[in-house]
Design a protein around this ligand. Structure first.
Ligand SMILES: [Zn+2]
Length: 322
């Protein structure tokens, strides 16, 4: 078993989240290989209020938090540069990986495949070694040309892979580990995941079985985020799916019919491929981040409130979402 490093400690992760909060969006590169999304951090503990107003402020970096579409977008960019090629240079600038010898262990090995699953990304190299990444809310992938300006500080790069004049950079972890292929099949973090919402084929019966094996008192919005039910839906897509289908994200799962649950899922499966191809800017922006504005369907002011164990900021219209 070749396990390089487990997830960072919670304290370090919180500190990193605090450092990265409020940074600009990592986009706007003039070339095709634009930067991948730089996520923002949602405020915890309820809505932030704008100074001198009773309207809540929108979350920083509106709508750019990594979700399944972000990961598929990163995967296709990385694939186009490095698949079936041997990286010509591998750097691991993050001090925590100083003694892990990834450059030596991966030297001369071609990247066999780039496999997203939900919010996880697996870079599989020859010789049964896989780099696993999970961006949570603070990490980012960037694919670009050498010499271009990075939107994040070089000190925040955890991994740099070079091929000719291309650079693939992983910023800010927070989960980046080298492991055996075998472990990617047996580790319960991965084996317990539901189907990838962006998977080409999808078994809706399996989705419903997993949904119904969950606590039926759980609000449906929170249930959509459970990666063991379906992998890849995050908070932005949760809010947009609930709005599009007229579903109150606070309604208990037990009062959501199978047909309603499937309509939420189908909205994501229909809409997410576009931002998986084009980047998070292509996501719908109907309700997420729109607190205080009138609902485009019924005119009622859109509300926001933290939901679930992680207090994920939830936006919904109390007028037309039932
Ligand atoms: Zn409405």
């Amino acid at each position: 078993m070749t396990v390089a490093r487990l997830e960072p400690g919670v304290g370090r992760e919180r500190a990193r989240a605090a450092r990265t909060a409020g940074l600009g969006v990592d986009s706007g590169s003039s070339i095709a290989a634009a930067s991948l999304a730089t996520p923002g951090r949602e405020p915890r503990g309820g809505p932030r209020m704008r100074k001198g107003t009773d309207r809540p402020a929108a979350p920083a970096n509106l709508g750019s938090v990594p979700e399944g579409d972000t990961i598929h977008y990163a995967a296709s960019r990385i694939r186009s540069v490095l698949e079936r090629k041997v990286p010509q240079e591998i750097l691991t600038p993050q001090p925590r990986h100083r003694f892990d010898r990834w450059p030596e262990r991966l030297a001369g090995r071609a990247l066999r495949s780039v496999d997203p699953h939900g919010k996880h990304l697996f870079l599989r190299f020859e010789g049964g070694l896989t780099l696993h990444s999970h961006l949570r809310m603070t990490g980012a992938w960037r694919v670009g040309r050498r010499g271009e300006q990075w939107r994040r500080s070089r000190r925040r790069a955890w991994l740099l892979l070079r091929w000719e004049d291309w650079e693939i950079v992983q910023f800010d972890g927070p989960v980046l580990e080298l492991m055996s292929d075998a472990r990617t099949r047996t580790d319960p973090r991965f084996s317990s995941l539901g189907q990838d919402v962006l998977g080409e084929s999808f078994d809706e019966g399996d989705f419903l079985r997993r949904l119904r094996s969950d606590d039926q008192e759980r609000p449906v919005g929170d249930a959509l985020l459970l990666q063991r039910t379906v992998a890849g839906i995050g908070n932005v897509w949760k809010c947009e799916a609930c709005f599009a289908t007229g579903t109150d994200p606070w309604r208990a799962l037990g009062r959501v019919s199978d047909e309603e649950a499937l309509s939420l899922l189908r909205f994501c499966r229909l809409q997410m491929p576009r931002s998986a191809r084009e980047g998070w800017q292509a996501r719908p922006r109907t309700v997420y981040g729109a607190a205080g504005r009138p609902c485009p369907r019924c005119g009622t002011a859109i509300l926001q409130r933290g939901q679930g164990d992680n207090n994920r900021l939830t936006f919904w219209c109390p007028g037309c979402q039932r």
